[in-house]
Every structure is written in C-alpha cells, then in structure tokens.
Design a protein around this ligand. Structure first.
Ligand code: TLP
Length: 342
C-alpha cells in the first residue's frame, strides 16, 4: 500500500544529492572547530539570515533551548505565545533545564502584538521575576502554519528590545514564511537577536538545525551546546546535507504551499470537517472534526487506508505537505479522507 504521510514535514527523506554529498563530505573534529563542512554550513546560515555567526545544533528543540539559556539568567521570565512550540512541545525545557519562568501570552493566529506584549510586561517590582526574553514563532505551527509579516515582527521585537528584552525567533519554518510573504529571510530576522531554523523539515535534510545571531552570542551558545551534550565530532556528514538543503530546497517550498491549499479546499468541502481557508498560508492544514467523529478513531481508520495525519487536540487533525507527497498523493488522500469521515 502506498502510504501518504502527512503527519509532518519532519518525515522527509534526504535527496540523492544529499546522500552523495554526505558520503564524500570533508570532515574533522568539530569540537576542535576543525570540520570544514560544518564551518561552511554555519557561515552560510548566518549569511542567509543576515547575522554574524551560526551554530549547528542537533534539533530545533536544542536550538531554542540553547538560545534561551544564552539570553537569560536563572529565575528570569520568558514571554512567549501560549500555543508556541517552545511552550507546548519542548518538554518544559525552559523550566527544567534553564530554571526559567515561562509566561505564556495570547497571540492572534500566532502573532504577538505590541499591545498584548505591553499589557503582559509588568513594571519592575520586588515580587516579579525579571523579564528578559521574548520568543516569537514564524511560521506558527499550532496556529496552522500562519505567517507573521516583517513589519509585525519588527514592531513587536523593537518594542521588546526598548524594554530591555532580548528577542529569539523560533523560525523552524522561516523559509516557508519568507516564500509565502514574498520576502527574504533577513527581513523576518532583522530585529531579532537570534533565530533558530530547521534543515530537517521542509528542506529535507535528515538531521540538524541552525542557531544564528551575533558573534558573541554564538560563542556563548557554543558553550551551552557543549554542556547539553551537543558537541558533535565529524558532523560534516550531517552538514553536507544541510548545505544542499539551503542551496537547493528553499525555492521548492512554494509547491508544498500549493499542495496545502489544494488539500484545504478539498477538506473544506467535506461536510464533517471545518477549517478556515484564510489560515492556510503555508504547508500546514488544521481541521476541526464534527463532534460525531473521534480523533483517535479517524486517525486509525485513515492509517488503515494509507493516510497518516497528526492528532492536534481533542477535535483537531493536522496535515502537513512536504516534498515527499505529490499532487496526485493529495488528490488520493482527499478521496480517502472524504470516505473515512462520512
Ligand atoms: N515540530 C514538530 C513536532 O515537534 C510538533 C512538527 O512535527 O511540527 N519549532 C517549531 C515551530 C516546530 O514545529 C518544531 C518541530 C520545533 C521547533 C522543534 O524541532 P525539532 O523537532 O527538530 O526538535
């Protein structure tokens, strides 16, 4: 049976070009700073994002945690969107590892406005932890892959910085955001002190994320990465695929967005599913199930018929398009979903 895997863009397999580059990568011990392929990737990442320096980390989760540890001190408050990946899906790392106080604030389709941030920031007072970091997320996963335009990022990030906060951008899917908005990635990163982005999602690399920022920040982040056990040795094997991901795989994300729109239009026509088409801005489609349907039962039946999706909450399913699903797969998946959710 042909399985159409729409659980996540993390399931993408490396391309033949990546595998070839991995097998012939020039490598060295990266803890000694001697892996030329890793150094190339880190330099390319920084340049693409308009920052001074870059750091290869094992995952987006590690990149976000390393950034938070580098920007803060124990006991500080970290403001972040209530449904953000860092708050919702990163195993409470801010609190458990960083001794940080997460302060979730309600966004609008994943975006945090200056007004909402202003209301959330409390004046200095002996009772309150010191707010030291704002985290943004673009695209916003749980809001359904929604984008935050450059002006909105710049406004809220500038305000946060005026208030003495650092700003970290979880840009796991920042190239999806850039393509959907028709802007270059640095425009989205401009007022942010650090940005994390993933190679292993829509870009198709097997492993790895990059953290970028200014040189001092990255030097400190490198130490935190080492402490967390993320100092890798001949990591050029991984970085070689990452270079291909950045060179060859960014432009084609537009195709995933087209597929998501096609999928969303088809899902919206199924009577027991509802979704807001205006929310389908990149490669994620979230649908709400009619109360007569149960999420686990639907997911199991879809899987039996060769379509994989994710449980996104009590009555929500998430579908993610990516390079390993074709237009035909989307059409086939729609026929199966329509049959199963009758
Ligand atoms: N997201 C994964 C799951 O963890 C939910 C997915 O399938 O979407 N930031 C954002 C916005 C993310 O969506 C993810 C992964 C991460 C960070 C973490 O990246 P990894 O999985 O590399 O730790």
């Amino acid at each position: 049976m042909n399985v159409i895997d729409l659980r996540s863009d993390t399931v993408t397999k490396p391309t033949a070009v990546m595998l070839k580059a991995m097998s012939s990568a020039e490598v060295g011990d990266d803890v000694y700073g001697e892996d030329p392929t890793v150094r190339n990737l880190e330099a390319m990442a920084a340049q693409i994002m308009g920052k001074q320096a870059g750091l290869l980390v094992t995952s987006g989760t590690m990149g976000n945690l390393v950034a938070a540890l580098t920007h803060t001190n124990k006991g500080n408050e970290v403001l972040l969107e209530a449904d953000s990946h860092i708050y919702y899906y990163e195993v409470g790392g801010l609190a458990a590892v960083g001794g940080l106080m997460p302060r979730p604030i309600q966004g609008d389709k994943g975006s945090i406005s200056v007004r909402v941030l202003r209301d959330a920031l409390r004046p200095a007072n002996i009772h309150f932890p010191r707010p030291s970091l704002l985290c943004l997320e673009n695209t916003h996963n749980r809001a359904g892959g929604t984008v935050m335009p450059p002006q909105a990022v710049a406004e809220v990030a500038s305000y946060a910085r005026e208030q003495g906060l650092k700003v970290h951008l979880d840009g796991a899917r920042i190239f999806n955001a850039a393509i959907a908005l028709g802007v270059e990635a640095p425009e989205l990163a401009d007022k942010c002190d650090s940005v994390m982005f993933c190679l292993s999602k829509g870009l198709g690399a097997p492993v790895g994320s990059l953290l970028v920022g200014d040189s001092d920040f990255i030097a400190q982040a490198r130490k935190w990465r080492k402490m967390l056990g993320g100092g890798m040795r001949q990591a050029g094997v991984i970085a070689a695929a990452g270079l291909i991901a950045l060179e060859q795989m960014r432009e084609r994300l537009a195709e995933d967005h087209d597929h998501a729109k096609l999928l969303a239009a088809g899902l919206a026509a199924i009577p027991k599913l509802t979704l807001d088409l205006a929310n389908v801005q990149t490669n994620i489609v979230v649908v709400k199930l009619d109360p007569s349907l149960s999420t686990p039962a639907i997911l199991a039946e879809l899987a039996q018929n060769g379509v994989l999706a994710s449980d996104f909450g009590p009555d929500l399913l998430r579908f993610v398009t990516h390079k390993d699903v074709s237009r035909q797969d989307i059409e086939d998946a729609l026929a199966i979903i329509a049959r199963v959710s009758r």
